[in-house]
Structure formats: structure tokens, C-alpha cells
Design a protein around this ligand. Sequence first.
Ligand SMILES: [Zn+2]
Ligand SMILES: [Zn+2]
Length: 548
Amino acid sequence: MLEIVALGGLGEFGMNMLAISWAETTIVVDAGVMFPDPELLGVDRIIPDLTYLQQRRAAALILTHGHEDHIGAVPHVLPVVDGPIYGTPLTLALVEPKLEEHGIEGRQLVPMRPRERVTIGPFIVEFIRVTHSMPDCAALAIHTPAGVVVHTGDFKIDQTPIDGEHFDVHRFAQLGAEGVLALFADSTNIDRRGFTGSELDVVEAFEEIFTSVSGKLIVAAFASSIYRMQILVDLAVQFDRKVAFVGRGMLRNSEIAQRLGYLRIPAGVQIRDSEIGNYPAQDVLCLATGSQGEPMSALSRIAIDDHRSVKVGPQDTVVLSARSIPGNEKAIGRVINHLARRGADVIYEGIKHVHVSGHGSEEELKLMLSLVKPRYFVPVHGEYRQLSQHARIAERVFAGRDPKPEILLAENGDLIHLDADGARIAGKAPVGRVLIDDTRTGEVGDEVLRDRRHLAEDGLVVPVVAINKQTGALEGVPEIITRGFVMENSQALLADGARFISDVVEQASVEERTDQGLIKEKLRVELRRFFRKRSGRRPFVLPVIMEI
Ligand SMILES: [Zn+2]
Ligand SMILES: [Zn+2]
């Protein structure tokens, strides 16, 4: 009997992870994270509950592509994986620095090319080329003793891929003709009509921008948007601008992509961000992180004039070349306000076509269903409404087909059993979210917030600060509330802490002080350091800002 269970990614966006078992062998497909709401302070990332895998252990980890919602939890999942990691070369190159950061060594990373296969116990896993918003993405055909399971990964059907690597329609059709037991397909954009469009679709809007901008051009995008980087580098060459990558993730990914040949930059075009000042503003293009308004990102720093080498003024133009992830709208709005206050022209998706999704729309998803024509279909990657919409549309695609494919609307943890008697949901694995605080890397057990060990050992510190909304001035003396944080001389320590908070707030710029997201993050980072230094402990710090 084949058992398939989604440990994340069903009923939510992000945290994609699927476990597939036959007898004693389990393989895991993807190990993604979800990023917390900016309000969930003290938490850097969220990963799926791993209890199910701790009980069985996995023989291999297979990665479809290099987005964080598919690889972000790899270091956290590896302790329950006994075998290698399989993925395309770019995916593995993006995983490597994560392993380094977590001090994980000696792990076998096995590069896979499209149409290559690898045998893992009773499974033969085959990689199939798909197109998406970054290069080197794959779907999987997993040949099992019960039949073939196709997992699409993230995809759209880009018929003019920038790197010439086409979506492998033929292989999907072939598998469909041979017979597919089950299809697990991306549902992200099921509520968009028509086709999504090629990555090339943004070129026109950017050409207009390059033609009309007289000052510096700053484009914020996801650090993984390597196609977008290539488009912008090519335009920069055409319009005689130098290119600077700004922000750690952007710099690192552009280096990796260049090293592996996924990003081509002619000699003499790239400059360091520290060199920007040496060039006239109209000769510079900055590619920056921070399209989601993340408080510590390059764009947020630039927006409040707190970046060491990038300044923005009235002649300059800032483009947000990404969609806003639901929950981030407020933070993004704040960054746009700061930029507008500096006089910059800010362009985002609603104003010009500067972003195109990487996920297929309704027609592409229908095409996948009719190519693969599985016996069982399970929508994945999406909130419940996307999954159920995908199921409704599949009903229409499958209408009149004999035998009619069966649709399983599963949720995280549902144990899907497939055997000669058919498919059914046969129970529930433990599922949930584990909150990760990056300051405690390497101690997986202790990283579990939910079991409260961390809270029990180190306690909780809640600084309460009242700030005047207009002037950003401190109102009254900051207070510190603690729970489970008992120390000798703790009265004196807390009094020092309150003074320290006043100093931090007073030394911040007015823009930081009047921006809840920025000041909270600043207080969190600074206070964590303060308590670690003074008490040797690492309490959770959850700032509360009252705007008066
Ligand atoms: Zn993706
Ligand atoms: Zn994804």
C-alpha cells in the first residue's frame, strides 16, 4: 500500500512538504518554510511539524526547485533524513549555503537533470522540466509499485522561456498515455482566468521605465527572481547603466546564478554597492531585496535613508517588481510612503506591468489535468478555497471521461492510502507549525517554541513603549514585563533595560520611531543582545508599541 501525506502546503501558502511511503521506505518531496506575519515577533520562520517523519525517518529528500517555500526548511528536516538530497544543480546550489549556516557537513547532494531517474528503494524518481519564475525547476514522476505519482511542483507554462529550457509537455503527455495513478498539482493561481504569461511579459514595462527615468533606478524583487535579474541586467547593458546587487540574499543568489551560468553579466557591468557613489545617478541600476517591506531589508533601509551606500532622492525611481504576499501589504505600504516622502517615483504592479506570476492560471492547470489524466487527483499548494476551486475545475475537465478520475480534497496530515481497492483518506498524521528563532540555530529540539522549553528556560520579555505618533518622541518611561525570566538582581537589570530602551528609541531616526514595524524589529534585536550580554540568557522579546 502506498501512503502519501502532505505535512504542509495544503490549506496554506508555503511550507510545502510531502511524504511518500511504501512499506519501510519513505521519501520526502520538498521542505519549505513559511514566513511569519511581521506581527509574530521573535519568530524568523515557520516549518512543518516533523513528528510523522521522526517516527519513520526518510531515505531521501527530493527538491523540485529553489524557492524558500520548498527548500527553506531543509536544514531542519535533515535530522530525520538518512539519505541524500536530490535536486537540479541550481536548487542544490541554493541549498548549500543553508547547510553551511547550520554547520551541516558530509551530506550527499545529488544533481539531477530533466528526464534523469534515480532509484530509491521501491521508488524510481524521475525529474521533468517545468517553467516557473526561476530557472531549473522540475516536476516529478515517482514510479511506485502501486503506479506512477506525478507531482507538478510549482509551474506555469512559459512558451518563451528566457533560458530556452521549455516546459516538457511531451513527457507529461507520455506519462498520461501510459497511465498515471495520482496527480498532485499546484493550485496557487487557480482563481486567475486564462494563461499567466511569460517571464518576458515584463520587458515592455521596464523598457518604458529605463527610457523615462532620469536618476537612479532601484528595482526590488525576490532574491530568487533570477530571470527578472537577467532581464534587468540586459536592459541595463542596453541603456548604459551599471548594475549593483544590494542586500545579502540578492548578492548571494546573483553570485550563485552567475557561477552556474544561469545569470550572464558582461564584464564591467556589475559594480559593488559601495561604488555607486562614484557614478552619476542616471548610470546606476540597483537590484535590491525588500519587495515585501521586510524591516531589515535593503529597500527598507534605503527608504528611511539608513543605507550605507544607497541614497534615494527626487530624481530617482523605485520599482517593486514582485507581488505583495498577503499579510505584508501594511509593511510594503509603509516603505512606499517613506520612499514617496524622499520624493522618489514609486512604481508597483498596480501602476505598470512590472511583475508576472510564476504560477499557472486556470487554463494551464486544466492543460496539466488533461495531459496527465490521472486516476486520482489531489490539489496541493493553496488555501482551502484554491484547493476546492481546483477540484471544481477538475470536475469539468474530467466530465465524460470513462473511468472518471476521482478527486481527493485532502488537508495537511491526511493519510492518503492507495492500493488495489482504490484511494481513501485513512487517518491523520500529527501536523502543525513549528516556529523557528534563528538565534538558536543548530538545536533543533530547543527550536521548538510550541513545547515551550525555550520559554521555560529563558522566559519572555515584553518591553512596552509609548511613542508619539507624530513626532516619534518617547512618552513616559518604557516598561518591561517579564514572565519566567527570574534573575538575581533582576530589578536592577530591568531598570537598566528600561534605560537601554529609551536610548535605542532616542537614537533611532524619526522615521524608524514612527514606523511600528521598524522600531519593533530594532527593539527586538537590540534587547536580545542586551539580555544575552547581561544575563547570558536568550529570552523571547516581544515589543509592544503604543502609538499615542
Ligand atoms: Zn516556486
Ligand atoms: Zn511554491
